[in-house]
Design a protein around this ligand. Structure first.
Ligand code: SF4
Ligand code: ZN
Ligand code: ZN
Length: 307
């Protein structure tokens, strides 16, 4: 297998090309920067919050954003500490090491501070698959932390695999409105307190982001969360991997279809949204009900906790 740019030995072949180490690195950065440029994800002078779990994907994203945007933008790393022992505590140490090395300010927000319980404690209070509750809290805290730090955008390291999962999950849940809100920049920016989310890695696969971190010497933990693989997302993730191995390119086709639907229908949904957002009566965050999902979770935990 030879690099398509220089004919040296290649280390990867994907829908983005077949490359040696050096050309893989430069092509990876080129795709990321062209996604940012094409969809106007980062504009000069904006404050960009980077969601940084301390894992390979988010550190690779922070590395590129710090390398190319630090001069004209203010960059802040935000870590959400779910409170998962043996997992997040380790990635937080990695996150601190790299933020210090790259001169990026970091802040940590924990479920313990917001909801009064760590994710490990919540799994004991609420038996069953924890990912739904965890996702509600994480989305809320990412938006809250970005708004608190006056960020214009919140960058996440969602890659092609993650986005293909989102597309399929919304298809199977028959949620067209959520489906067309996906994409490289998502969310409803006209609502007060809402910080748009950007996904510069959306057109790069999980395999490529992992390789990029390795070839750049980013020594991040590759162990998944102990609760990963449970629930609906776990099922969808496995099915997409099977599909991609039998029909290479399927993930990319799912994204292309979603982008096409978005182009066609998002304007009419912005003008006539099915669900109007309000501001949560408890915390002020954008919500579809009087009390947002995260505040509901918080109240539920309070009720379940022994006195
Ligand atoms: S796998 Fe589930 S519990 Fe673990 S961090 Fe992700 S959403 Fe939270
Ligand atoms: Zn090459
Ligand atoms: Zn709320």
């Amino acid at each position: 297998m030879k690099c398509e740019a220089c004919r040296q030995n290649a280390i990867i072949s994907s829908s983005n090309g077949t490359f040696c180490v050096d050309h893989f690195k430069s092509n990876f950065e080129k795709i990321t920067l062209s996604t940012i440029k094409k969809y106007k994800l980062i504009n000069d002078g904006e404050t960009i919050a980077v969601a940084n779990s301390g894992g390979k994907d988010s550190l690779s994203l922070l590395y590129i954003i710090a390398k190319y945007f630090k001069k004209k933008n203010s960059i802040i790393s935000i870590t959400i500490d779910e409170g998962i022992k043996g997992y997040r505590d380790k990635t937080i140490e990695t996150m601190k090491t790299y933020c210090d090395a790259w001169g990026v300010t970091y802040k940590i927000y924990s479920y313990g501070d917001f909801a009064g319980a760590t994710m490990d404690a919540i799994t004991k209070l609420k038996p069953g698959i924890p990912c739904g509750t965890c996702g509600v809290l994480r989305r809320h805290m990412l938006n809250f932390s970005a708004a608190e730090n006056r960020a214009d955008k919140m960058a996440t390291a969602h890659n092609m695999d993650d986005e293909a999962e989102n597309v399929m999950m919304n298809l199977f849940q028959n949620d067209f409105e959520k489906l067309i809100r996906l994409g490289p920049i998502s969310g409803i920016s006209q609502y007060k307190g809402f910080v748009p989310r950007i996904k510069p890695f959306m057109f790069i696969s999980e395999k490529e982001t992992m390789l990029f971190s390795m070839v750049n010497g980013i020594n991040a933990l590759h162990t998944p969360c102990p609760y990963a693989g449970l629930g609906f997302r776990g099922v969808i993730s496995r099915k997409i991997k099977e599909l991609e191995s039998e029909m290479p390119g399927s993930k990319r086709y799912m994204l292309d279809l979603m982008m096409e639907l978005k182009r066609e229908y998002s304007d009419s949904y912005v003008e006539n949204p099915r669900s109007q957002l309000v501001n949560c009566a408890a915390c002020g965050a954008p919500a579809s009900e009087e009390i947002c999902e995260a505040c509901n979770v918080k109240m539920q935990i309070k009720r379940l906790k022994p006195n």
